[in-house]
Design a protein around this ligand. Structure first.
Ligand code: HAM
Length: 436
């Protein structure tokens, strides 16, 4: 009979794989807590309607959706943003401000598989609700930076591209485009890096041939890579909303500078984000070498809570994915070898030694230490190899000689030093070692 395999794009997590995923999620969780975000959760299966016309055509086309036994149209969540808007919208008045929430969960998109893309993946989502100003963006970009630095990554490994859909709107409106043309043009801008001129196909199909002057201006704008260039570009354009917007930019960049994060952030108007709901600042994180797909993406989405039936509530957030983060950590040698290592590995002689060891093993485990030992009696050499391979910090040696002397030998596996302690002091010696 053929053996069953997981579906394409879905991952099995054998213990080593699980340890790597857990390492990523643990550090994300610790970092989000350090920034004062509160953890929440929600169902993985949602009404299909939640995503229709909200996430955008691309994500909508990738939904795992079906009709359930009660005749409801449902979908596995492709992202968290509509769900968190549903949750916050339903209780907005009762929630303590500022609303800073995070979640770590699994998401599902029927994507064409490529390196760094699967059909199920984990994300850390962090979002702030109720803050209209760039203070929220400062907080979130700082959290995004730290969600990568927590693993030992630096500005040499990744950077954040920061852009602004509002400025695109002001610019394209000043060039005479109406709302629907602007939106379609932004779809083209989003695709331009990947598809070059083909990105304009959708715009041309809807609105006719693209004026060469307009195209040149769009291509010029998406190449803006500094705030100074941005100010210069707008110097000659009329827009009443512009001064306030440029003040927002200054506040955002100033806040990031004060946090010492400027080295991670690059102004780059080429980013507009594919998801349909973004309204203001948008940002994406990439590896510096440009070898991987995006590590993270996010931005402001001030209309979505209201669109989903809640009150008008400004919002901004981001999600970072486990697949590209894991690949980057592997590439940089920053994925630890021994994630699930025991603290202590016991090397044990004959039956009497085993009985002596068991008493200590159980007591140490009950006190919260991770302790392992060979299930069956095997040669000492093999046991020492198993101790080294396990990644444990200490080996406790209960040989027949030690038993006869009434001692336990403690070997520090990092520097291979050994000492003997009386049997009844072994537990205390282990405790002292780990509390030192
Ligand atoms: P997104 O850009 O679609 O944004 O996804 C964020 C990150 O999730 C990506 O940068 C990538 O690392 C990871 N990711 C997305 N799709 C896949 C996939 N098929 N396979 C592996 N990893 C993937 C959002 O999801 C927005 N909801 C983020 C957000 C939160 N905006 C506001 N709040």
């Amino acid at each position: 009979m053929a053996t069953f395999q997981s579906l394409p794009g879905f991952r099995d997590f054998y213990p080593d794989d699980f340890a790597r995923r857990k390492h990523i999620c643990d550090l994300w969780r610790r970092t989000a807590h350090a920034f004062g975000f509160a953890e929440y959760d929600a169902p993985v299966l949602e009404p299909l309607e939640l995503y229709k016309a909200k996430s955008g055509d691309e994500v909508e086309g990738q939904l795992f959706s079906f009709t359930d036994k009660g005749g409801r149209e449902v979908a596995l969540r492709p992202e968290m943003t509509p769900t968190v808007c549903r949750l916050v919208g339903a209780k907005a008045n009762a929630l303590k401000r500022p609303i800073k929430w995070f979640n770590i969960g699994e998401f599902y998109r029927y994507e064409r598989m490529q390196k760094g893309r699967g059909r199920s993946f984990f994300q850390l989502n962090a979002d702030i609700f109720g803050e209209p100003g760039p203070e929220a963006e400062i907080e979130l970009i700082a959290l995004l930076v730290q969600s990568l630095c927590a693993f030992g990554l630096t500005e040499q490994d990744f950077y954040i591209r920061l852009s602004d859909r509002n400025l695109w709107f002001y610019y394209l409106e000043a060039l005479g485009l109406d709302g629907s043309r602007v939106r379609e043009m932004l779809v083209a801008v989003d695709k331009h890096e990947k598809y070059g001129d083909d990105a304009f196909k959708g715009y041309v199909e809807q609105f006719g041939p693209l004026d060469a002057g307009l195209k040149a201006k769009v291509l010029g704008f998406l190449q803006i890579k500094s705030f100074a260039a941005l100010e210069q570009m707008f110097a000659s354009l009329q827009s009443d909303k512009l001064p306030a917007r440029l003040a927002d930019w200054k506040k955002l960049l100033g806040g990031l500078d004060a946090m010492g994060l400027t080295r991670f952030v690059e102004v780059d108007l080429g980013v507009v984000r594919g998801l349909a709901y973004y309204t203001g600042f948008v940002f994406e994180a990439f590896d510096r070498k440009g070898e991987l797909r995006a590590l993270a993406g996010g931005g402001r989405y001030d209309d979505l809570v209201e669109k989903l039936g809640g009150p008008a509530l400004p919002a901004v957030g981001f999600a970072i994915g486990d697949v590209t983060t894991g690949l980057l950590l592997e590439q940089r040698g920053l994925m630890p070898n021994f994630i699930q290592a025991p603290d202590v590995y016991c090397v044990i002689g004959g039956d009497a030694a085993r009985r002596a060891a068991f008493a200590d093993i159980h007591a140490l485990r009950a006190a919260g230490r991770r302790v392992d030992y060979p299930m069956k009696e095997v040669a000492f050499g093999k046991q020492f190899k198993a101790a080294a391979d396990s990644g444990a910090k200490l080996a406790l040696i209960y040989g027949d000689d030690e038993l006869a002397k009434g001692v336990v030998k403690i070997r520090d596996l990092s520097d291979r030093t050994e000492r003997e302690v009386p049997r009844d002091q072994a537990q205390a010696a282990v405790r002292d070692y780990f509390s030192a």
